[in-house]
Design a binder for this molecule. Structure first.
Ligand code: DC
Length: 227
């Protein structure tokens, strides 16, 4: 059984998905689901347990030996790993660098897809964001969006986010990291980054987050009438 009221927001790193999904959820009285946080939580748990991330069997065992909890907390997805708060930890550069190992193997993805569907079932209205939400996880969602933006603009946004936490990384370096992550996200065999055939594609390069949210609201209206 699937949650009937779902808006999916997919797109590459830095396209503004989390900001937009968060704002949209707030406007529509829905719960925000950040699915990247689940890939990150598995990665962080595996790293902290000394698991070889390149070994799929060992990675799968982490699901058996670890308790993962994802709690809706305002517009944040609070992440608990074995009861410990990992909400900050999963954003660290080490986890960001290693998360591709959790995102690639089909068997690992299918466990995380299950977790995403289980999470959504707990709430009447969900705005979810990721790479495969409209294509794989919620194919029956009534509204699907795919956000994209120029790679340089995405690097600038990332630079601004990092600056807020006191870190400076050059635009060149960020652009390269984003390009690498895009290539890895687009080329995997299962759940690759791609727009669903029935998704509305929005280029956010020259739009503010507020403008993107308004465009989406024009399409979904008050959000009533999910499938
Ligand atoms: O959105 P993010 O940066 O937190 O995502 C972290 C990684 O997880 C990203 O490199 C791709 C992967 N991911 C995925 O494969 N499928 C999703 N639905 C969400 C994230």
């Amino acid at each position: 059984m699937q949650t009937s009221w779902v808006i999916t927001i997919d797109g590459p790193a830095g396209a503004g998905k989390s900001t937009i999904a968060r704002m949209l959820a707030e406007r529509l009285g829905a719960v925000f689901l950040d699915t990247g946080a689940m890939y990150r939580a598995l990665t962080a748990a595996a790293m902290d347990k000394g698991v070889d991330l390149e070994d799929v069997e060992s990675l799968l065992k982490v699901f058996e030996t670890t308790s993962f909890q994802f709690e809706h907390d305002g517009q944040v997805l609070r992440v608990l790993v074995d009861g410990q708060d990992y909400t900050q930890r999963i954003r660290s550069p080490e986890v960001t660098e290693k998360v591709r190992y959790a995102a690639r193997p089909p068997a690992v993805r299918s466990r995380l897809v299950q977790m995403q569907q289980d999470f959504a079932r707990r709430f009447p209205k969900v705005v979810t964001e990721g790479r495969d939400q409209g294509t794989v996880v919620f194919p029956q969602a009534k509204w699907k969006f795919f956000l994209d933006a120029d790679v340089l603009e995405r690097a600038r946004r990332r630079q601004k986010d990092l600056a807020q936490s006191g870190r400076y990384v050059s635009l060149e370096e960020l652009k390269e990291q984003i390009e690498n992550r895009d290539a890895s996200d687009r080329t995997r065999s299962v759940g690759p980054l791609t727009a669903a055939a029935d998704a509305v594609v929005l280029d956010t390069t020259s739009l503010t987050a507020q403008e993107v949210v308004e465009k989406i609201l024009q399409i979904v209206g008050s959000g009533d009438g999910g499938s």
